[in-house]
Design a protein around this ligand. Structure first.
Ligand code: KG4
Ligand code: ZN
Length: 342
């Protein structure tokens, strides 16, 4: 089985081809970062236009990489939401057009489901990763802990009650004058910093449940900056504050995940894997904290390769394939969904 996938829900335009033997035949991603950087964030209208300009060429390139024609496909999948609606429409219309012309099934994939199922494609075990497993999904738009029990069977154990963790990184970095997107810049700025110098809260730590909150941490960063002497920021201050911020996020994540692991284990005695996905999974400090936690709790730790953790079309093609082989597909009347909880 060979499936073409399309992703256009945020600021990456992507197309990919995967097979049911867990092969990635084609994989192209075009980041619009430089288009949005002057504005300090993603501008929906610019994103939609850029998707429209580039998607056809990227689909062509992914198919060329795969070395096959459209007639060899068994289905076409596109992100159907949640996301910026203009972009989602571009991807869905393109996928529907290919499906209609080639007489192929069309699958509208929930973007979060794409992130959730990627680990089944990338797990090094010969048969891939079996259900159930625990997923920590941490990106600019999402911050959730899910029990992944099967295709279409996701149980949310925790979510953020305000900002997503990547969003918190981006906002804290902006306050520190580090630029956009802030996550990687803040991680670099924190190198060698003293995480204990500035006092920062650990929101939700020790509280019942597995939910997150980050807005108080962002406010605390602003307050600590306001307490510094006026004038340009001293790089040593930024270094210590960035290190303190990362340590606070790490403490919260470890606390929330430890609770989720206990709950997951009680409900799923056979599940033994913690998967982390989303752009924030690129953070080496947080990865190390989670790896140590997993080891302590007797869980395997699995993070897909970085380029499959951030937004991509491989995950959409794969999720589409998982649905297709269960006999599921969507009608060409599917309406894109800006909001679509898993
Ligand atoms: O998954 P992603 O590419 O896009 C979505 O949001 O869906 O994630 C992007 C987010 C941004 O907020 C970015 O700042 C954050 O992931 N991020 C990081 C790091 N690299 C990317 N956050 C912390 N440390 C990093 N190294
Ligand atoms: Zn995403």
């Amino acid at each position: 089985m060979i499936v073409l996938g399309i992703e256009t829900s945020c600021d990456e335009t992507a197309a990919a081809v995967v097979t049911d033997r867990r092969e990635i035949l084609g994989d192209v991603v075009l980041s619009q970062l430089s288009d949005h950087r002057p504005y300090g964030g993603v501008v929906p209208e610019i994103a939609a236009r850029a998707h429209l300009d580039h998607l056809d060429g990227l689909v062509r390139r992914a198919m060329d990489e795969a070395g096959i024609g459209f007639d060899r496909l068994d289905g076409v999948a596109a992100t159907g939401g949640p996301g910026l609606i203009g972009g989602v429409i571009v991807g869905v219309m393109t996928a529907k057009a290919i499906a209609a012309v080639q007489g192929l099934p069309f699958v509208a994939v929930n973007h979060l489901e794409g992130h959730a199922l990627t680990a089944r494609l990338t797990d090094p075990a010969p048969e891939g990763l079996a259900f159930p497993y625990l997923l920590l999904l941490v990106s600019g738009g999402h911050c959730q802990i899910l029990a992944v029990e099967g295709v279409g069977r996701y149980r949310r154990l925790g979510t953020t009650i305000d900002d997503a963790v990547g969003e918190a990184f981006d906002k804290a970095a902006k306050l520190m004058g580090l630029g956009y997107p802030g996550g990687p810049l803040l991680e670099r700025a924190a190198e060698g910093g003293d995480p204990a110098r500035f006092e920062l809260p650990r929101p939700m730590k020790g509280r019942p449940g597995c939910d997150f909150s980050f807005s108080g941490l962002k406010t605390a960063v602003r307050n600590r900056l306001d307490e510094l002497p006026p004038g340009p920021l001293d790089p040593a201050d930024v270094r210590d504050l960035a290190a303190g911020f990362q340590a606070a996020v790490g403490d919260v994540m470890v606390d929330r995940c430890a609770r989720a692991m206990a709950r997951f284990r009680a409900e799923h005695p056979t599940g033994d894997t913690l998967v982390v996905a989303g752009g924030v999974a690129a953070n080496k400090y947080l990865r190390a904290r989670l790896t140590a936690l997993a080891e302590k709790q007797g869980f395997r730790f699995q993070a897909p390769p970085m380029r499959l953790c951030t937004d991509n079309a491989v995950m959409i093609a794969w999720a589409g394939l998982e649905r297709l082989r269960l006999g599921q597909s969507d009608g060409l009347d599917f309406a894109p969904r800006p909001r679509w909880p898993l």
